[in-house]
Write a protein that binds this ligand. Structure first.
Ligand SMILES: Nc1ncnc2c1ncn2[C@@H]1O[C@H](COP(=O)(O)OP(=O)(O)OP(=O)(O)O)[C@@H](O)[C@H]1O
Ligand code: NI
Length: 371
């Protein structure tokens, strides 16, 4: 098998706040192969956005990448090691800031955010912004860049693209603005697009259109994607492989079908039970019990044990790594000591009372209760 396009190895990102250190991303590893669409899914606060912004070294202060190694096409986007003094520092293998900005960002790796208004400038026309971006990044003349911009707008399904070229962002609907951002992301034909909940703010019909578009474009351009979402329906529809995050860690990692039909982690099970599934009609949805604990002071042992229906005494002390729990062929990993792959005392350990009493139910959309 060829080397992955993107390899994230033991990434750790922390925020140094007045209240203490937030372990937002706490040692995650995953990779993305050519042409693959890889999902990053989990509740609000799991660390999804921080993880993807670390790939482009866009973590904002007081946050810092304090450990790990990220490789893209064999180049080191970042490598952080801990020195003898306990401080973390970038190794010499890490490519310099200027090079990352000029050679990688936008050209090789593009990012699409949830809110297009944050990425589009309201005082310039949509077409003008797209044209300028193409001109800057692809060494085209103004005229050629303009033509290319119109072509890209057409490509992402903007009706009457040439006529809409001179419109301002506010004259576009939310879905149309998101299409413009996709056009901008695709404009340099990057090898990888990182999308952080780009459809979350859209209504379901528009979301479905955008997801179809992404599917189609992915096939045509063979672009790889990292797709951040809290929506298992979106995962089912577009992902090839999936990473499930909980409190800064990846708890399950699998090809999408295995994740749905051969679920190995109780948190993933809970996630699947809490949302309507495309493949099943259920009488009633079961929201995940309890509130996700704070990343500033995560529970000892398995971080999910405070809400886990399968939790036992042993789960209070062992924080399992994410390891192969099935046949070793499908690359299906989970971080749960109930599996034989973990030689622990789980079997003989007494069950824990969790989740069921008190607390309140959380929905995936970010802490609102559904009442
Ligand atoms: N600037 C910041 N300062 C302090 N803590 C932060 C900062 N940004 C993020 N965090 C913390 O990092 C953790 C991960 O946040 P992140 O935004 O990555 O979650 P997420 O999975 O993307 O959630 P959502 O689905 O709501 O977007 C959270 O505990 C969050 O409070
Ligand atoms: Ni986020």
């Amino acid at each position: 098998m060829s080397a992955p396009l993107l390899r994230v190895d033991d990434l750790q990102v922390q925020f140094f706040t007045e209240d203490g250190v937030v372990r937002a991303v706490d040692g995650i590893s995953f990779d993305v192969r050519e042409g693959e669409l890889v999902g990053l899914v989990g509740e609000s606060g799991a660390g999804k956005s921080v993880a993807v912004s670390a790939i482009m070294r866009l973590v904002e202060s007081p946050g810092r990448i304090v450990g790990g190694h990220i490789e893209f096409k064999g180049e080191t986007l970042i490598e952080v090691e801990r020195g003898d003094d306990g401080e973390s520092y970038r190794t010499d293998a890490t490519i310099p800031d200027g090079e990352l900005r000029e050679r990688i960002r936008g050209r090789e790796i593009a990012i699409i955010f949830q809110d297009p208004m944050e990425s589009l400038n309201p005082v310039f026309t949509v077409g003008g912004q797209l044209r300028e971006f193409i001109e800057l990044n692809r060494d085209l003349s103004e005229e050629d860049a303009r033509e290319e911009a119109v072509r890209m707008l057409r490509e992402v399904g903007i009706p009457e693209a040439a006529a809409r070229y001179d419109d301002y962002p506010h004259q576009f609907s939310g879905g149309m603005r998101q299409r413009v951002l996709i056009a901008m992301a695709l404009a340099c034909e990057p090898a990888l697009i990182i999308a952080d909940e780009p459809t979350t703010a859209l209504d379901v019909t528009v979301e479905a259109q955008i997801l179809d578009l992404v599917d189609e474009l992915q096939e045509r351009y063979d672009t790889s994607f990292v797709w951040v979402t809290h929506d298992m329906g979106v995962v089912a529809e577009i992902c090839d492989r999936v990473n499930v995050m909980y409190l800064g860690e990846i708890v399950e990692q699998a090809p999408v079908d295995d994740l749905f039909y051969d679920t190995q982690h109780p948190y993933t099970e809970a996630l699947l039970d809490s949302v309507p599934r495309p493949d099943e009609t259920v009488e009633e949805l079961n929201p995940i019990k309890g509130v996700m604990p704070e990343a500033i002071n995560p529970p000892a042992g398995c971080r999910f044990h405070t809400r886990c229906p399968d939790a036992r005494e042993a789960c209070k002390t062992t924080n399992p790594d994410c390891r192969d729990v099935t046949d070793g062929v499908t690359e299906h990993r989970a971080a749960c000591i109930k599996h034989d792959a973990f030689e622990t005392t789980y079997e003989g350990s007494p069950p824990l009372e969790t989740g069921s009493g008190g607390g309140f139910d959380v929905s995936l959309s970010g802490g609102e209760t559904d009442d």
